[in-house]
Write a protein that binds this ligand. Structure first.
Ligand code: CA
Length: 234
């Protein structure tokens, strides 16, 4: 899934830099604005999935900008997290009144901020959540390390989980045993190729109960493929 885009609007260069580094590390694509004018230019060029907005900005305040954006039919669906040094309840209420989606008080921990960002993104657009893979009724939650078919949990060992995650991220492509080893186990680990077969068998067995075993296909003479199409024996 394509990375999510966050616009940081903050006049303090050091904080902006820190946020850019942290969010890039968390695999977001980041653009920056030091004031409302730059923010408007950035929004004109590209609509982000989320805006991180500082309350205290020169000239127009973050709160005023938030109010304007939430009244703009083109912008109002973009979630806003307001950053502020103020912690008074009254200010929080004013922020929520304007329609901001969440509120983080400085100083904040990066961990907490990233968690809040992910929570807001999950709330507004669950299908954008890249911690989650879905193929038909098969749901794989990367963060929680759980697999479900509908509401029924599929119990997998850690290796089978990684295998399934890899296959769901790369459906309809054929991989040789060597490629699967390199991509799932890592190229610096020495494991015999038949080990792949053993784990594929276990994965199929776990999926068989739910009728999904035929998704893991053997491509004779080549390797394996994860396919959601009809079974065609190779
Ligand atoms: Ca500021």
């Amino acid at each position: 899934m394509s990375p999510q885009h966050i616009l940081i609007i903050e006049d303090e260069a050091a904080i902006r830099e820190m946020l850019r580094m942290a969010l890039t590390k968390a695999e977001f694509v980041v653009s920056e604005a030091a004031n409302v004018q730059q923010a408007r230019t950035s929004l004109f060029n590209h609509l982000p999935e989320l805006i991180l907005l500082d309350w205290m900005l020169p000239e127009t305040s973050g709160l005023d900008l938030a109010r304007q954006l939430k009244n703009d039919p083109q912008m109002k669906h973009i979630p806003i997290i307001l950053l502020t040094a103020r912690g008074e309840e009254g200010d929080k209420v004013r922020g929520f009144d304007v329609g901001v989606d969440d509120y983080v008080t400085k100083p904040f921990s990066i961990r907490e901020l990233v968690a809040r960002i992910k929570a807001v993104l999950r709330r507004v657009s669950p299908h954008f959540d890249h911690d989650f893979l879905v193929i038909k009724d098969l749901h794989l939650d990367i963060a929680e390390h759980r697999v479900k078919v509908g509401e029924t949990e599929v119990h997998l060992g850690p290796t089978e989980f990684r295998l399934l995650q890899f296959f769901m991220q790369h459906p309809e492509k054929v991989y040789t045993r060597t490629q699967v080893l390199d991509l799932v186990w890592g190229s610096n680990v020495y494991i015999e190729e038949r080990t792949v077969d053993v784990h594929i068998r276990r994965l199929r067995k776990a999926l068989e109960v739910h009728g999904y075993d035929s998704f893991v296909q053997t491509v004779r003479g080549v390797g394996y493929r994860f396919t959601t199409g009809q079974l065609t024996t190779g």
